[in-house]
Design a protein around this ligand. Structure first.
Ligand code: GLU
Length: 311
């Protein structure tokens, strides 16, 4: 045991710990494969660990059987994760404890507003494209109104952070997002709270994910600060879009990927991520492909753009 108070080099540079956190709303598609490949190679190339977390917290959107399909597909493509797969649906106590801490610190407030009331009073759009919550319940619930949701107060200041791919990003939470929901009216914990609580509890210190979540990052940094938790580093990879410019997703009928597509599809994901792929790589066995791709990975080559057309 190290009893010396001087930090050892190992303490000074914590081991890289990344993760892939799919929501089981359907089978994996090319866009999710890109996020999986980017997060996996960045972890492996940095001598780090790579965790898989199933984000099944949003029960109404979770599709039966999707989790098994996702894990089988990852395995089939030769991804090797560290430790047990974690399921958000089994960690409600952790999210509850985080919410209680924020409530006790006076950083949250109950909100009685229905969608209709927000639509009637909102004057601006939020960065998500929805209506920016105008803070109607900030100073307290109206007489006789019942709490439906819990919101986090956000400050009127700019959050700036350095994204490892997209460069400097800035967002003013009050002007662009508004006080956001932590516990929804349907009793579900919000994604923003769960992801921050989980990344910290799992000691994840490097997040690589799709750029569609870049606009959530300031919220997550603010939540980490409110909870006194360290925030990870962030790298947002471009999202894959179809010829209509829509993000590949279940809603846009993106085709499911199949391990039978083998290294050919992995090579496509790597090219999408700006990495040159020699012809020989496409003929490799999976294990050799991953060994080669880990050695060749260079995050600086990933294009700093929001969207790229999937081939
Ligand atoms: N579960 C989210 C998704 O599938 C990803 C969350 C994250 O990587 O922070 O879009």
């Amino acid at each position: 045991m190290n009893t010396n108070s001087e930090p050892t080099p190992a303490d000074a540079i914590p081991r890289y710990r990344g993760r892939f956190a799919p929501s089981p709303t359907g089978p994996l598609h090319f866009g999710s494969l890109v996020a999986a490949v980017g997060s996996y190679l960045d972890a492996k190339a940095n001598g780090g660990e790579w965790l898989v977390r199933i984000e099944d917290i949003d029960a109404p959107r979770t599709q039966p059987g999707a989790t098994d399909g996702i894990l089988r597909t990852l395995e089939g493509f030769g991804f090797e994760w560290d430790g047990e797969v974690v399921f958000q649906s089994r960690r409600l106590d952790l999210y509850h404890a985080a919410l209680v801490r924020l409530q006790l610190a006076g950083l949250t407030y109950p909100c009685s507003c229905s969608r209709g009331e927000i639509a009637a009073s909102a004057t601006r759009r939020s960065v998500d494209g929805g209506l920016l919550y105008p803070g109607s319940c900030r100073a307290g619930l109206r007489e006789g109104a019942a709490a439906r949701a819990w919101r986090l107060r956000v400050p009127d200041r700019e959050f700036a952070f350095q994204d490892r791919i997209q460069g400097e990003a800035r967002q003013n939470l009050e002007r662009e997002v508004g006080d956001f929901v932590l516990l929804r009216a349907d009793g579900q914990y919000a994604y923003q709270l769960a992801v921050v609580a989980d990344d910290a509890a799992q000691a994840v210190n490097a997040v690589v994910r799709g750029v569609d979540l870049l606009d959530s990052t300031a919220r997550q940094i603010w939540l980490s600060q409110c909870l006194g938790l360290p925030a990870p580093s962030y790298a947002h990879v471009p999202v894959a879009v179809n010829p209509a410019g829509e993000k590949l997703s279940k809603q846009t009928q993106a085709p499911a990927i199949d391990p039978a597509q083998g290294v050919g599809l992995l090579a496509r994901a790597l090219r999408f991520l700006g990495q040159p792929v020699p012809t020989e790589a496409k003929k490799m066995e999976l294990a050799d492909f991953w060994r080669w791709a880990t050695g060749a990975w260079n995050i600086a080559r990933v294009h700093a753009v929001r969207a790229i057309l999937a081939e």
